[in-house]
Design a protein around this ligand. Structure first.
Ligand SMILES: Cc1cc2nc3c(=O)[nH]c(=O)nc-3n(C[C@H](O)[C@H](O)[C@H](O)COP(=O)(O)OP(=O)(O)OC[C@H]3O[C@@H](n4cnc5c(N)ncnc54)[C@H](O)[C@@H]3O)c2cc1C
Length: 391
């Protein structure tokens, strides 16, 4: 537990800090619009331009210039990199990793706090070649056993349903509604009943099906060893995770967030003599060090620092390594416990079946009794298959 002589000062810092201008391009009204005389002049000016266009058509003049692609984005962008962005040396919230999680956190913080919070995301790979978000199957289900996961997924389903309101329509999420079917053998049937009950109590909708009902409803399904199935009836399906990530990123930028292309390679610490650590016998008075800055290795190899009030590690499978840079799991006392995240290899397979009775439109996403997950990919007899556990 930390006790500070200046607890209130410390707690208020993130809210009071406004290190950078972080201007918001999307919410300002043009003050000229409020002035009636200027507004009239502008309307007249527009009419004069139309008359000029009638006599000297610009189409002829610019016939070789490609037409801009129409966009219905909610935000103004200078391409995917956003507006001309200046490097932020200070921020309120620094997020390490701009994958689905990091970009989503940036989006939500900026959506809520707008100019009140300077948010910087540091992402080392702008092409996201090794990002889990990029290869994800984008399956959405509420069939979990932890209430928090069920509630988060219900929120996610509602959010995806309203995605155009949040992001605009120029990068569709491609949400395909379809229930998930979870199969259980004798040993897991009771557990499936209990989790289904919990899910329905929390607002999800799914139904339990015996092996006989499964066989008549899905004649192509092998129900040997299956005792029970649980089929999602609404708010489940799959979407394009790359489109979601791109929208989060663009949305966070549109609200005035900042993305830095670079890798967090170290942290700078600061001695905090005014903080006393209690409940930790190894701590000595005046020995507390807090995180102060990240060291970012930029794409050109140069190293730069960013000072922050709060740092969020959202580095995917590298999160354990980044935490170690912050001494988490490398020191005694509070920092003794490591962040238990590292990489695991996973395989995905694409299968094709051209038989006439191969499952099509009515096929749910299926999680079978062994942990194998399969869903259709389009309607041409193609399927994606993976294993959810550790093989
Ligand atoms: C094959 C597969 C299928 C999946 N299918 C589903 C599914 O159907 N449904 C579902 O809900 N989930 C699924 N998941 C899980 C889901 O994809 C992940 O939980 C989610 O994408 C994790 O997002 P993330 O932002 O934490 O990680 P990532 O997307 O990996 O992003 C982490 C980012 O951090 C960056 N980074 C790392 N270290 C640093 C550093 N030091 N400095 C700067 N940047 C750094 C990386 O470059 C990376 O872009 C699947 C995962 C896999 C692998």
């Amino acid at each position: 537990m930390l006790r500070s002589r200046h607890v209130m000062r410390q707690l208020q810092l993130p809210l009071q800090r406004a290190y950078s201008t972080g201007s918001n391009p999307s919410d300002g009204k043009d003050p000229e619009d409020l002035h009636p005389i200027r507004r009239t002049f502008r309307l007249l000016g527009n009419d004069m331009l139309k008359i000029k266009e009638f006599f000297v058509p610009t189409a002829e003049k610019y016939k070789d210039v490609p037409k801009p692609i129409a966009t219905q984005s909610k935000f103004k962008f200078g391409g995917d990199k956003g507006l001309d962005d200046e490097f932020q040396t200070h921020c309120d919230v620094l997020i390490v990793g701009g994958g689905g999680i990091g970009s989503s956190i940036a989006f939500w913080l900026k959506e809520k706090a707008r100019n009140g919070l300077n948010v910087v995301v540091v992402e080392k790979d702008e092409k996201y070649t090794r990002s889990a978000t990029r290869v994800s199957l984008g399956a959405l289900t509420q069939q979990f056993s932890l209430p928090e996961n069920i509630q988060m997924s219900l929120f996610g389903a509602e959010f995806l349903r309203n995605a155009p309101e949040h992001f605009g329509t120029d990068i569709p999420i491609q949400y395909t509604p379809h229930g998930q079917l979870v199969l259980a053998g004798e040993a897991d049937a009771d557990m499936l009943k209990q989790t289904s009950q919990l899910q329905n109590e929390l607002g999800a909708r799914n139904e339990l099906l015996t092996a006989e009902r499964l066989a008549s409803r899905f004649p192509w399904l092998n129900t040997k060893d299956v005792a029970l199935g649980c089929l999602g009836l609404e708010r489940e399906g799959w979407f394009d995770p790359w489109a979601l990530l791109t929208n989060y990123r663009r949305g966070a930028l549109g609200y005035g967030g900042h993305f830095v292309h670079g890798e967090v390679v170290d942290f700078v610490f600061q001695n905090q003599d005014d903080i006393i650590v209690t409940g930790d016998s190894s701590a000595t008075e005046g020995s507390y060090q807090s995180l102060d800055q990240v060291v970012v290795q930029m794409a050109d190899g140069a190293k730069r620092t960013i000072k922050f009030a709060i740092c969020i590690i959202a580095a995917g499978v590298d999160s354990g390594n980044v935490a170690r840079l912050a001494h988490i799991g490398r020191s005694s006392g509070l920092l003794r416990v490591p962040l238990p995240i590292d990489a695991r290899k996973r395989y995905m397979y694409e299968l094709s079946a051209q038989e006439r009775d191969a499952p099509g439109m009515a096929m749910p996403m299926i999680l079978d009794t062994s942990g194998i997950f399969i869903r259709r990919q389009g309607l041409g007899g193609h399927y994606i298959c993976a294993h959810n556990g550790h093989l």
